[in-house]
Design a protein around this ligand. Structure first.
Ligand SMILES: Cc1cc2nc3c(=O)[nH]c(=O)nc-3n(C[C@H](O)[C@H](O)[C@H](O)COP(=O)(O)O)c2cc1C
Length: 322
């Protein structure tokens, strides 16, 4: 499977609707879901939680630390048609820490290795690990290397690394994505030390130029906030990396509009789908009015897909402006 261009897992953002939209913009990007805990998946409404269509290749990210439960959850993920299952070892939120999952697992490499083994024995799709480079004052390269080594020994050959440490107390999740400095050098070094393994670089990547440069050194890049705030960046990256024809913004939107109509008929409220479009026209004249119209009207109880049509009327193609 191709991991050259990945879209990061983001709670509240990369749900199945968002991934459908992103797929219209980039046929080749690997799309990661929001994190789902293994226990929610096993004890909750499994079918609804795993429902997805038209987003493949897609990865479901699990949160958990119980090997048996993660193995059962991974099996469900495979059965639901995802192409990869990922274990979250990077989220520092308080709630996640209280559950003993996410970034605090970096302090328990033997347990992560056990979880990895249990998951990979349960499924035939790849099992991958998303981590930080360290936690709190355990932020030297040797700590990171030891974490990777344990999981590599268990057979893992695919990591996604958010290249900054997580501070487990005192910083909010948002601050934990901004304040600890980016250390691409750790990921560069680990990639050199483990040439049989793919380390996809994540953190602070936002432009085509950056992606071009980083792909000279890393097998793949993972972007989160940049494509979510400006989804058309994905279409531009797709063309740049895979040499495919640039997808037209309006064509992508019209596919997504048809999808919204279908989903609305199944009872999904427009706001859950329209929110992912807020940044679609970033950089074009009228983008702010588009955004304002959408964010004002999509929350109305009786909103229909026509809020999209009305919002698009504010966009003026660049050719008309100059
Ligand atoms: C709103 C939001 C939610 C996130 N949720 C998750 C998550 O569920 N699982 C995860 O591993 N990382 C999560 N992250 C972290 C991203 O996957 C990514 O590692 C981080 O944003 C750095 O990449 P970026 O600089 O390209 O945004 C989240 C980030 C944001 C902004």
């Amino acid at each position: 499977m191709q991991r050259t261009l990945c879209v990061a897992p983001m709670m509240g953002c990369t749900d199945r609707h968002c991934r459908f939209l992103f797929r219209q913009l980039s046929p080749n990007a690997l799309l990661y879901s929001e994190m789902l805990t293994s226990s929610a998946l096993i004890h909750g409404d499994t079918d609804r939680l795993l429902e997805h269509a038209g987003d493949e290749p897609a990865v479901l990210q699990l949160g958990g630390s119980n090997p048996g439960e993660l193995a059962r959850a991974a099996k469900l993920v495979e059965q639901a048609g995802y192409q990869e299952v990922n274990l979250n070892c990077g989220c520092p939120s308080d709630r996640v820490q209280q559950g003993g999952i996410g970034a605090c697992l970096m302090g328990e490499p033997a347990l992560v290795a056990e979880c990895f083994r249990a998951m990979s024995e349960a499924v035939s799709i790849p099992v991958t690990i998303k981590s930080r480079i360290g936690i709190d004052d355990q932020d030297n390269y040797e700590f990171f290397r030891d974490f990777v080594l344990h999981i590599h020994d268990a057979g893992c050959r695919h990591f996604q690394v958010h290249a900054r440490k997580a501070v487990l107390s005192g910083l909010s999740p948002k601050e934990n994505r901004e304040i600890p400095p980016l250390r691409y050098d750790y990921v560069r070094q680990i990639q050199q030390e483990f040439p049989d393994t793919e380390f996809v670089l994540n953190g602070g990547i936002a432009t085509i130029e950056q992606v071009s440069e980083l792909l000279q050194e890393f097998p793949g890049v993972m972007l989160g906030r940049a494509p979510y705030s400006n989804p058309y960046l994905l279409a531009e990256l797709e063309t740049h990396i895979f040499k495919t024809e640039l997808v037209d913004r309006y064509v992508a939107l019209s596919h997504y509009r048809s999808y919204m109509v279908e989903q609305e008929a199944k009872g999904v409220h427009i706001k859950h789908m329209a929110k992912h479009l807020l940044g679609l026209f970033t950089g074009l004249p009228g983008a702010r009015a588009f955004r304002r119209h959408l964010s004002t009207h999509m929350f109305q109880e009786d909103a229909t897909v026509s809020v999209i049509d009305d919002a698009v009327a504010f966009i003026r193609p660049l050719s008309e402006v100059s």
